[in-house]
Design a protein around this ligand. Structure first.
Ligand SMILES: [Zn+2]
Length: 417
C-alpha cells in the first residue's frame, strides 16, 4: 500500500535506443512476463498473496528458469502478489475469477534496477548488461516532465518500461512528502481559465496566448492543394491526397501536443489545481459557425490537456460559456456592446479595455471559482490565477509576493509579437 503521506505523479518519456538495446529490452520484457507468470502460478497453487512469502517460495525457480537478475526476480514476485491479491478480492466479492496472466509488454523498475542521470539519460538493468540510453524529452523545456526531473522535492520511485509500436517508453514514478500545509489546505483551489478560439487558439487567465494563425494558415494551404488534386481526379492524385492528409493530421496533432504542454506548464507555474475550459457542447456565438477543423482542434487540445493534467494531479473542469465573452471581468457588467469587435473588449460601464479572448479566459476561470463558492459545504478557498496575482470572491485581488519587475497592470493586453 502506498502511504497516504506521499503525493505521486507519473512522467512519461520515450527512450532513444539502439537496435542492440532494443533487443535487450525486448528480451527483458519476455523474461519478465515469464518470471511474473511463474510466481503467479506458484502463488495460485499455494494460495499465497503475501509478496515476501511468494518471493521466498519461487525466487530460485525464477532464477533457474529465466534470465532475470535478482532484483527483477524479486520485483516480478511482488507484481505477481499484487495481481493475486486482486483476484482474492474478486473471489471474496463473489465475482468471476481466473488465474492472472502477464501478457502486456511491460517491466517494473525500481531504484536498484534503474538510475536517472542529470544529463537526461537513464541506466536500466536488462537480462544481460545494463544499458544507458537517452530520454526523449520535449526540446523546448516546456514539457511537464521537467518539473519532476529537475526537482529536488520529487523523488524517483517505482517506474514502468512499456513497449508500444516498436518504441520504448518509461512511465517514471515520482513521489514527494505531502507537507502539513498541503493537507490543511487540501480544499483550496487555484484555477487557470482557458478560452478557446480561432485567431487565438487558446488564451489563459494568466495572459498566456497561443495563436491559432499558423494552424489555420497551414490548414487552408492544405485544403487548396487537396482541392486541386481532387480536380485532377487521377489515381496518383488520390494517393497523394491520402498521403498528404495523413501527414497533415500528424503535423496538427504534434502542434496541439506542444500547445497542450505549454498550457500545462502555465498551470504548474502558477500552482493551479484546476484548469477550466468552456464546455464545448454549448454553442457559443462566435463558435457556432466555426469550421469543423477548428472544432476538431479544440476537442483534440482539450483531450491532450485533460490526460496530461490527470497525470499531474490537476483537474480539468468545464463551465457553461454563456456571457463569458460579454461580461467585463473587472466590474461584472455584462452587455453585447462591450465587445467592440472580435479582438477588443471595452466595458461600457467601467471603461476597462482588454483583449477580448483574455477577458473571456478570466471569466471562464472566474465562473468556476464562484460556483465553488456557492456550495455551502465547501470550506476551502478558491482563487483565480492571473498574470500578476490571484482573485478570490469577496476578498478581491492579491498580487503575487515575488513579482520581480514591479506590479504589472492586470489589463495587460496581448503581447505585441
Ligand atoms: Zn467593467
Amino acid at each position: 500500500m502506498a502511504g497516504p503521506d506521499y503525493l505521486r505523479r507519473t512522467a512519461i518519456t520515450r527512450l532513444s535506443v539502439s537496435e542492440r538495446e532494443a533487443d535487450l529490452l525486448e528480451e527483458t520484457i519476455v523474461e519478465w512476463q515469464r518470471g511474473a507468470n511463474i510466481a503467479t502460478s506458484v502463488g495460485w497453487t499455494n494460495s499465497v498473496t503475501d509478496k515476501r512469502r511468494l518471493q521466498s517460495l519461487c525466487y530460485d525457480d525464477i532464477r533457474d528458469q529465466t534470465d532475470l537478475g535478482s532484483q527483477h526476480t524479486i520485483l516480478a514476485c511482488f507484481q505477481a502478489a499484487e495481481a493475486l491479491k486482486g483476484i482474492h478480492t474478486r473471489k471474496q466479492e463473489g465475482r468471476e475469477y481466473s488465474m492472472p496472466e502477464f501478457t502486456s509488454p511491460t517491466v517494473t523498475y525500481d531504484a536498484k534496477t534503474m538510475t536517472l542521470f542529470d544529463d537526461g539519460t537513464v541506466s536500466l538493468a536488462t537480462t544481460a548488461s545494463r544499458i544507458r540510453c537517452e530520454l526523449v524529452l520535449p526540446e523546448d523545456e516546456e514539457g511537464y516532465q521537467y518539473q519532476y526531473l529537475d526537482s529536488e522535492e520529487w523523488q524517483i520511485t517505482e517506474s514502468t518500461l512499456t513497449a508500444r509500436d516498436g518504441e520504448y517508453y518509461l512511465h517514471l514514478g515520482f513521489r514527494k512528502h505531502s507537507s502539513e500545509s498541503e493537507t490543511d489546505t487540501a480544499e483550496d483551489r487555484t484555477v487557470l481559465g482557458v478560452d478557446l478560439g480561432i485567431e487565438n487558439l487558446a488564451v489563459t487567465s494568466t495572459a498566456h496566448f497561443e495563436s491559432g494563425r499558423q494552424l489555420l494558415h497551414e490548414h487552408r494551404e492544405y485544403e487548396k492543394v487537396r482541392k486541386g488534386l481532387q480536380r485532377t481526379g487521377t489515381e496518383s492524385a488520390r494517393r497523394t491526397i491520402v498521403r498528404r492528409g495523413d501527414r497533415e493530421k500528424r503535423h496538427n496533432r504534434d502542434y496541439l501536443h506542444r500547445v497542450s504542454n505549454r498550457i500545462l506548464r502555465e498551470a504548474s507555474k502558477y500552482d493551479c489545481t484546476h484548469i477550466v475550459f468552456e464546455d464545448l457542447t454549448y454553442i457559443r456565438d462566435a463558435m457556432a459557425s466555426s469550421p469543423r477543423f477548428q472544432q476538431w482542434a479544440h476537442r483534440q487540445l482539450v483531450r491532450y490537456v485533460s490526460y496530461k493534467a490527470e497525470e499531474q494531479g490537476i483537474e480539468v473542469e468545464f463551465v457553461d460559456p454563456q456571457n463569458t465573452s460579454r461580461r467585463c471581468c473587472d466590474c461584472g457588467y455584462t452587455s453585447q456592446n462591450n465587445r467592440v469587435n472580435r479582438e477588443v473588449f471595452e466595458c461600457k460601464s467601467c471603461g476597462s479595455t482588454a483583449n477580448a479572448d483574455y477577458n473571456a479566459a478570466k471569466n471562464i476561470g472566474w465562473k468556476f471559482v464562484r460556483c465553488g463558492q456557492q456550495h455551502s459545504q465547501r470550506t476551502g478557498d478558491s482563487q483565480l490565477a492571473l498574470k500578476s496575482g490571484t482573485v478570490k470572491p469577496n476578498r478581491g485581488f492579491a498580487p503575487y509576493p515575488s513579482v520581480d519587475s514591479g506590479v504589472e497592470a492586470e489589463n495587460t493586453d496581448k503581447p505585441a509579437s
